[in-house]
Design a protein around this ligand. Structure first.
Ligand SMILES: [Zn+2]
Length: 147
């Protein structure tokens, strides 16, 4: 790890601790050459989660894409972005903790709905009424635009 102060690549780890969610490790390092201290963060490289669609095609799970779908479903509903991010993180965490490498789009939709129900009724109904009949969030979004 390059020292920003002197450019030396020799550093030693003086402390390591996992983040609260256990997905990152923060390491406190000390430059062997000049003694400068800095912190590095290592992130666990996870297997990508695959979403199986109804038409038998598949695509990697996309946090961004799901967020776009939720933003569309919550238009004019005053649901904070942080709440939606939390919802997606919770879905991802559940799938990760189950050790799943694949999830059916239908199952994914249901996991979102379970959580959305307690957040906003209208968004729940929008998501539920349209999502179930569509292959994926792209189609869901174009349908919602017409609502
Ligand atoms: Zn240094």
């Amino acid at each position: 790890m390059l020292c920003k102060q002197c450019g030396s690549t020799d550093s030693r780890v003086i402390d390591s601790r996992p983040s609260e969610d256990g997905l990152q490790i923060r390491r406190r390092r000390e430059c062997e050459a000049c003694g400068a201290r800095f912190t590095t963060v290592e992130t666990l490289k996870e297997r990508p989660l695959i979403v199986l669609k109804k038409n038998k095609s598949s695509e990697p799970f996309s946090h961004e894409k799901l967020l776009r779908g939720l933003l569309t479903a919550t238009v004019k509903r005053d649901v904070p972005l942080a709440t939606l991010e939390g919802l997606i993180n919770s879905v991802e965490a559940e799938l990760t903790s189950q050790g799943q490498s694949e999830v059916r789009s239908e199952e994914l939709g249901n996991m979102v709905l379970e959580r959305l129900r307690s957040i906003d009724d209208v968004a729940y109904i929008r998501f539920a009424s349209v999502y179930k009949d569509f292959q994926d969030i792209d189609e869901f979004q174009s349908a919602l635009k017409g609502m």
